[in-house]
Design a protein around this ligand. Sequence first.
Ligand SMILES: NC(=O)c1ccc[n+]([C@@H]2O[C@H](COP(=O)([O-])OP(=O)(O)OC[C@H]3O[C@@H](n4cnc5c(N)ncnc54)[C@H](OP(=O)(O)O)[C@@H]3O)[C@@H](O)[C@H]2O)c1
Length: 296
Amino acid sequence: MKILLTGANGFLGQYLSAQLLEKGYHVMATGKGESRLGIKGKGGFHYKSMDFTNPFDIHDVFTEYKPDIVVHAGAMTKVDECETEQWQAYLTNVEGTITMLLNAEEQKSFFLFVSTDFVFDGETGTYTEADIPNPVNFYGKTKAEAEDAVKEYDYEWAIVRTSLVYGQPIGGRSNLLTVVQQKLNNGEKYKVVNDQVRTPTYVEDLAAGIVSIIEKKATGIYHLSGMDILTPYEVACKTADYLGLDKSLLQKVTAENFSQPARRPLKTNLIIEKARKELGFNPLSFEDGLKSTFPS
Ligand SMILES: NC(=O)c1ccc[n+]([C@@H]2O[C@H](COP(=O)([O-])OP(=O)(O)OC[C@H]3O[C@@H](n4cnc5c(N)ncnc54)[C@H](OP(=O)(O)O)[C@@H]3O)[C@@H](O)[C@H]2O)c1
């Protein structure tokens, strides 16, 4: 089975590449520019530079590789950047996904799209796969629009929604836990919101959930997140406590007194019962996720 992965240099992509290889898949990992992956020279693993906003790049890779499965994990992921650079965000997250779908259709590939809890408005919280997206910022809008395009795909597809992914970044972007560690280690104060609710997701769990979808050829929408419902401030405090760092440097703020270009949805805790039942998805508790992120 040949898998084409986008966003392979990213936080999730690094872990997903490793797990897919362990399962014996042939992986064509792609990213912008050169590989930043630790994996090199392993049988069944290839890397190709592919900017998925460039239709010629995409077409070349699909024609050469003919993937059975496409995992589209790459995206413009910084929420504030999407708000201030909307054209680039649209081009990357919506147009890029549509071009990937058009090429995948020619190969009749299974198409798995990685989406976000930010497709919801956060008014009610506790979202299931059946709830209707209603994004409150541009990043969420692009991901919701890309989801709509995936739902129109002629062959088998799956959409994975996840929330506040954390873990040790191998080469990809940092996350709330590693930023807290870095700030507090440097003795810097750090403002964290306490009026938003998420279900933080350990990156290895997310990767394992995606692998299960591939193995079971499961289709439709799946929420893959952790099971603890926490505010970012609570996440930061637990991280500081676990690492024995000075928690008093963490400043509790609310969205109202914390100015950011993009509005954030308030409560986006995801219900994962469907994934538990159908995929055997069994994520770590946040306490165990902390231990896995910072092994002693
Ligand atoms: N991290 C979270 O908390 C979170 C939460 C919900 C959903 N998600 C979703 O999960 C997926 C993976 O996120 P992540 O945390 O791994 O993000 P990430 O570390 O930012 O990785 C995204 C990757 O996409 C690549 N990319 C962006 N534009 C590209 C283009 N035009 N052509 C090729 N590659 C491009 C980036 O390349 P460069 O590194 O070269 O820029 C980056 O490596 C995304 O779809 C995201 O929306 C993440």
